[in-house]
Ligand binder design. Structure first.
Ligand SMILES: Cc1cc2nc3c(=O)[nH]c(=O)nc-3n(C[C@H](O)[C@H](O)[C@H](O)COP(=O)(O)OP(=O)(O)OC[C@H]3O[C@@H](n4cnc5c(N)ncnc54)[C@H](O)[C@@H]3O)c2cc1C
Length: 399
């Protein structure tokens, strides 16, 4: 069997479905191949925040924060059933690593970068004045900062974007694994395995959106592309089924200063995340016992009377961040998305490394701009910043 398209997308995570939607909206023929299920990788294992990333301000990543906040505003408008604005509480303690003025400056900048749009309001509250019913630690509490960010269900968002792409004409092959890709003068000849059979797909441009598998996919391209040096950093979340907080908290681990979110999630509490270097098959990533103990110690510290005493009722999941290789601690490394192409002009292969769930639409636009020279002229069908995204139910044929 053989097929043709303008854009072949490898990977049905948020980046892959975003590129499929953007390319289909630009009028291109699109095929997306996903080896397992939509959002089977990192895109169902995130902290599920559609946020600017308050802590990225400390590193001076203003461009990233501005872009994410702009996307947050767009998502609130086009996906009101999938993305909602919520209050977050950030307590400041006497022995904390940050000063009040730093948090006030950061939150003011956050509001400024939102363009004082939806979700830009924040407040500094006196400890007794905040309505926090979850038993938050009071010893040494100096102030509580209340600000706003958005939350989503990452898997549901990914499925909704794919449904939108399919409405625009994109096709989904699943389960289908890209096995090899031969670069030619007129594009790429890809071979995919689907239900035990090989399918050939000829495309003008191949977008490698395979997340933690992106280097594996790159290695399947012939002639060989220069290898990309990346680290996989595991992030674990715990779900405490016997405990449900009523507010969203952004806490600082007293031991190492890392930011930890404690969030209500259905009838449970979601706590994350860790950052541990990972090696091996990305499909094998699982929460490690040390990570589970680390997260338990944070909730025991901040909610001494209410948090579970042990991990007996805790489940969890782990995902992999793709970060440029480096020796520094992962927490301090850039979260900018890297786009690598086989050649500068008219690229035939583009690989996406890293990135944010929040910025998926902006990333997809950048991808389209980079491969535009390789694609035929088409008449655009839609503007993705205005396309409504609705949840799709479990019986949706895309799965
Ligand atoms: C712990 C953690 C927390 C995070 N929290 C947030 C957050 O709160 N907010 C935020 O904005 N961002 C967050 N991020 C970042 C965000 O989740 C990721 O950037 C995003 O989900 C990556 O999506 P992706 O499409 O690149 O990769 P993935 O979601 O991993 O998708 C890759 C897909 O490619 C498929 N695939 C691989 N190889 C092949 C092949 N050969 N053929 C076919 N298919 C293939 C896989 O099956 C997989 O489905 C977080 C990341 C982590 C790790």
């Amino acid at each position: 069997m053989s097929d043709r398209c303008d854009v072949l997308v490898v990977g049905g995570g948020i980046h892959g479905v975003g590129v499929a939607q953007a390319a289909a909206a630009a009028g291109h023929s699109v095929i997306l191949v996903e080896q397992r299920a939509l959002a089977a990788g990192t895109s169902s294992r995130s902290s599920k925040l559609i946020h600017g990333g308050l802590r990225y301000l400390e590193r001076g990543s203003l461009g990233l924060v501005r872009e994410c906040l702009r996307e947050r505003t767009i998502m609130l408008s086009v996906a009101p059933e999938l993305v909602r604005l919520e209050q977050f509480y950030l307590p400041l303690y006497a022995d904390g690593r940050r000063y009040q003025w730093q948090l006030l400056t950061g939150l003011s900048l956050y509001a400024l970068l939102t363009g004082f749009g939806p979700g830009s309001g924040f407040a500094r509250l006196k400890p007794g004045a905040a309505d926090l019913p979850d038993g938050l630690l009071q010893d040494g509490l100096r102030a509580i900062f209340r600000y706003q960010d958005a939350r989503t269900d990452d898997r549901a968002l990914t499925r909704a974007v794919m449904a939108s792409a399919m409405e625009l004409g994109a096709r989904l092959l699943m389960p289908a694994e890209l096995m090899s890709a031969q670069l030619g003068t007129d594009g790429v000849h890809a071979r995919c395995r689907m239900a035990g059979n090989e399918t050939e797909i000829h495309c003008k441009a191949l977008v490698n959106a395979a997340g933690p598998w992106a280097t594996t996919v790159m290695a399947r391209v012939m002639p060989a592309l220069p290898a990309m040096q990346v680290d996989l950093i595991q992030g674990t979340h715990l779900i405490f089924r016997d405990w449900r907080v009523q507010r969203n908290y952004y806490l600082e681990n007293p031991r190492d200063g890392r930011g930890i979110f404690v969030l209500p999630w259905s009838d449970s509490t979601l706590v994350g995340t860790t950052e541990t270097r990972f090696e091996g098959d990305p499909a094998a990533v699982r929460p490690k016992p040390a990570e589970r103990r680390y997260l338990l110690s944070v909730v025991r510290h901040y909610f001494p009377d209410t948090a579970p005493r042990d991990l007996s009722a805790a489940t969890g999941f782990a995902g992999l961040r793709v970060l440029p290789s480096g020796s520094g601690h992962a927490f301090h490394r850039s979260r900018e998305t890297l786009l690598e192409t086989d050649r500068r002009r008219n690229p035939r292969v583009l690989s996406i490394f890293g990135g944010k769930l929040t910025a998926w639409r902006a990333t997809a636009e950048k991808v389209l701009a980079r491969i535009a020279g390789s694609l035929p002229e088409r008449s655009p069908l839609a503007d993705t910043s205005r396309l409504r995204l609705d949840p799709v139910d479990e019986s949706w044929p895309g799965d």
